[in-house]
Structures are given as C-alpha cells and as structure tokens.
Design a protein around this ligand. Structure first.
Ligand code: NDP
Length: 440
C-alpha cells in the first residue's frame, strides 16, 4: 500500500495533518494528545528529571514527517526532529524521485558492537596476544555470562580480537587493546558492551601480565554498517530549466568533488547527517554516538571521505550508494522511556534496530541527493532562502499570518536579512496602528 505518499500534505493545517494521520495509521486518543500537546509536552518534568541531571525544564524542537519513503519495498512515514528549515521538504522531495526508480534498497550487518579493553604495562605483547587468543572460548563464555538475558534473546559474544598499540621493548612496556565483539540485537548496546568489557578486563590483564586500563565501547562501529542504494530515473531528475542528463551529471560531478576534497566531503556528509540526525533524534536515539561513528568511518583510511557517492548507473539512471555505521536501538536507552519517542516508533510500525538503521540511512541518502541536485542546478540558496525567510520573519517579531507575508516580501526582494525583516515589520505595525487610531 502507498502509505508514505500523502499528496498536498504540506498544504494542510497541523490539525488537518493529525486527522489525516489518524485515518492512515492506527493512532488512538493518547497518541493524538501527544501530537496536539507538542512532542516535548509528552515528556513530563518529572520524567525529564529522572533522565538527566540538574533539570529545570524540557526543550522543544519541531517534529515533521518525511514523506514518499519506500525502503526494501516497504513504505514509511518518517518522523524527523530538526530545527533547520527545508531539511524535511528536501528529503521528502528526493524520496519521491527515488520512489520513481523503485525506492531504496538497503542491507545491514548483524548488530555487532565493539567493546574495547585497554591493557597497559604488558611485558611481552607477542606472548600476551597468544595467551589471550588461546583462551578465546573461556573468555567468550565469560562475556556471555555477563549478559544472560541478551544471550537468551539470541545475542551475545561473537569474537575476540587483540591489537598491539605499543610493542613492549626495553624502553617501554607494551600496550594492548582487546576488542570484544558483541551482538546486541535490537539495543544500541553501549551499556551492554560496557558491562561485558568490565566483566573480563581483569582476566584479560592477568593473561597479558599487565594492568587493565579503559573499558568502554568504540563508537567506530565498523561491524555494524548499513548500506543503501537508490536508482533515480532521468525523468525524475528533470527540472523546468535542466534536463535529467544535466542534473545527473551535475550530481556525479558534485560527488567526485567530495571524493577528491575533504573540505567538500565535510559539507557533503553534513547534508547526509541532516536527514540521519533528524530521525535518530526523533526516535530517542543517541545522535552523538551516530555522529562520532559516521565521521570516524568517513576518515577510516586516514583521509576524510564522503559517506555516499553518486555515479551513472544502469540505463543511464543516477545511482547513489551510501555506507555508514548505524548504532541505533529500538529498545533501551531513551527509546522507550520518552513517550514521544514511543509514539515515533509506532508511526514507523515498530521496526527492529536493523530495519530502523536502514531507514535512517535512506533518509540520509535522500538528504544528500536533494542538496547535490540543488547545488548542481540553480544553487542551494533559492530554495533554502525562501524557507529561511520564515525564521528571519519570526526573529523580527512576526507571528501568525504575518510570518508568511513578511517571508514572501523578503524572498521577493531577494534580501533575506533580519534588518530588512525588521523594517517590513515596522511598516506593518505602523499601518495597523494607523488603522486602530482610525477606529477600523
Ligand atoms: P540499555 O542499557 O537500556 O540496554 C538495553 C536494554 O534493552 C536492556 O535492558 C535489555 O534487557 C533490553 N531489551 C529488551 N528487548 C531487547 C532486545 N530485543 N534486544 C536487546 N535488548 C533488549 O541500553 P544500551 O545498552 O542499548 O545503551 C544505550 C545507552 O547507552 C544510550 O542511552 C546511550 O546514550 C548510552 N551510552 C552511550 C555511550 C557511547 O555512545 N559512547 C557510552 C555510554 C552510554 P536485558 O537487560 O533483559 O537484556
């Protein structure tokens, strides 16, 4: 069923959007209350006070819907939490073009996280590596013993690797790091693998003849990658002023630019993270962890590279490919503690962690496509500025219908600056004062 295509959704009022959603998804009165009260309103001060420290209030951001998404032949309406104008519209627009080519196809690695145990003061690193690896079975059993309920769910220890960071010599004792690979199932897994690392650190140090150092997960989760591909037909790329071939070739050239230049790659990846972070945040996941993983992976061979690249694909279509670590959960952390995040999971159809990761990466690839397409054609400023104009209008004190009016004037003038918005507002205020004085 075409669930994620809701034509003219953007034209509806917020209340009408709620009605539309209620009709399409299985939303009850409580869900509607959460939407009506503002997503943050679903988080009581009391709950917030139990989540973090020194609480004085809660903080709100807009929650919108990314539309037109189809991933692995399934439709998704995608909640996106973001303060930047145009991110949601642009991702929805790109997803519509991708949909014309059959949608996104994605796959995910098993949910394996890496726990690192540092061992310092190792007298002979070669001997220590052999000693540790010889006891692989004993150590894996000890890891599993620390997380029995995860093992019962089908997760648990999957491997042990040893890396020498400083080889022992007469001048300096050695330093090792042991990687414990743990399948975390539907959890993000940070707390789980930290528990595993704590549980075997002393034994590992004993085997190495050294002392245990840090015991913590690595956010460079390169065993938990997602890959997404899309094919965009030329007719879906065509604009009023540019042919499909011209847009495709512009996007490919923009991709090559990012592949060759880390300065460009950073901005290219920021565009991807616009979509990624918005869904990570909406689902109550740890966006700092996802960000850290993404950028570390982008620089994994010593040079910072784009997470997604674009080429001419089969039949001359535009082909996009994205690969990145995706450390998100659908259980644990804040994903179930925050009522708004619970509702978001419901809107998404209660995905597992792997499915959620593939969807998030698809939104990232859509965001990348929309930015490159705009940059390769008329430039990003035009579309961006008309949306930015609304924020500027609000900053100048506009509210209600005036926001749209002031924003339109700013866009028409091609001068989207606060100073100009304040001048326009002053004119409106003077006119309404004059009308009030005249008793109208
Ligand atoms: P939790 O500590 O909440 O652990 C996951 C929980 O989910 C467990 O209680 C587990 O139950 C339960 N669970 C229920 N169903 C499943 C299932 N199908 N698969 C897996 N677990 C299930 O969260 P995480 O370990 O995921 O850690 C995430 C948190 O850690 C985030 O809040 C993150 O911000 C934080 N963090 C991040 C760090 C980083 O990124 N560097 C560092 C430290 C913390 P049971 O116990 O019965 O197995």
């Amino acid at each position: 069923m075409s669930v994620s295509r809701i034509p003219r959704f953007y034209k509806l009022s917020v209340e009408e959007r709620h009605v539309e959603l209620r009709g399409r998804l299985d939303l009850d009165d409580d869900d509607l209350r959460i939407l009506e009260s503002g997503w943050h309103g679903s988080l009581s001060i009391d709950a917030a006070n139990n989540m973090v420290e020194n609480v004085i209030s809660t903080h709100a951001l807009p929650l919108g819907l990314g539309l037109n998404f189809r991933v692995n032949d399934r439709d998704y309406i995608v909640p996106m939490c973001v303060e930047e104008p145009s991110v949601i519209a642009a991702a929805s627009n790109a997803a519509k073009s991708v949909r014309d080519g059959g949608g996104f196809t994605a796959d995910a690695d098993p949910p394996i996280m890496i726990a690192q145990v540092q061992i310092v003061g190792v007298p002979d690193t070669n001997v220590a590596c052999v000693e540790i690896l010889a006891r692989r079975a004993e150590l894996m059993a000890a890891c599993d013993a620390a997380i029995p309920s995860l093992v019962r769910r089908g997760g648990g220890a999957r491997g042990i690797e040893v890396r020498t960071l400083v080889a022992s010599s007469e001048h300096e004792p050695g330093m090792l790091v042991v990687h414990l690979l743990v399948d975390c199932q539907d959890a993000m897994g940070a707390n789980m693998v930290n528990t595993v690392a704590e549980s075997v650190a002393r034994r590992l140090a004993e085997l190495a003849g050294g002392e245990p150092g840090l015991r913590i997960l690595s956010n460079l989760a390169d065993r938990r990658l997602v890959r997404v591909r899309c094919l965009v037909p030329l007719h879906a790329l065509e604009t009023k002023n540019f042919s499909g071939e011209r847009v495709r070739d512009g996007v490919v050239a923009a991709s090559r630019f990012a592949e060759l230049d880390p300065y460009r790659a950073a901005t290219h990846n920021k565009g991807i993270m616009n979509g990624v972070d918005a869904v990570v945040l909406a689902t109550g996941n740890d966006w700092r962890g996802v960000e850290a993983g993404a950028h570390a992976y982008a620089a994994r061979d010593g040079r910072y590279r784009p997470l997604a690249i674009w080429r001419v694909g089969p039949g001359g279509m535009l082909q996009g490919d994205l690969e990145m670590p995706m450390v998100v959960g659908t259980v644990g952390g804040t994903t179930r503690a925050h009522p708004g995040a619970r509702l978001v999971m419901k809107l998404l159809g209660h995905p597992g962690a792997a499915e959620l990761g593939m969807l998030i990466a698809s939104v990232g690839l859509a965001s990348n496509l929309s930015a490159l397409r705009a940059l390769a054609c008329e430039g990003i400023q035009r579309g961006h500025m008309s949306l930015h104009a609304r924020s500027v209008a609000m900053n100048a004190g506009a509210s209600g219908a005036l926001v749209e009016q002031v924003a339109r004037e700013l866009s028409e003038l091609g001068d989207v600056r606060l100073e100009r918005a304040v001048a326009i507002m002053a004119r409106y205020t003077a006119t309404s004062d004059a009308l009030a004085d005249a008793g109208e």
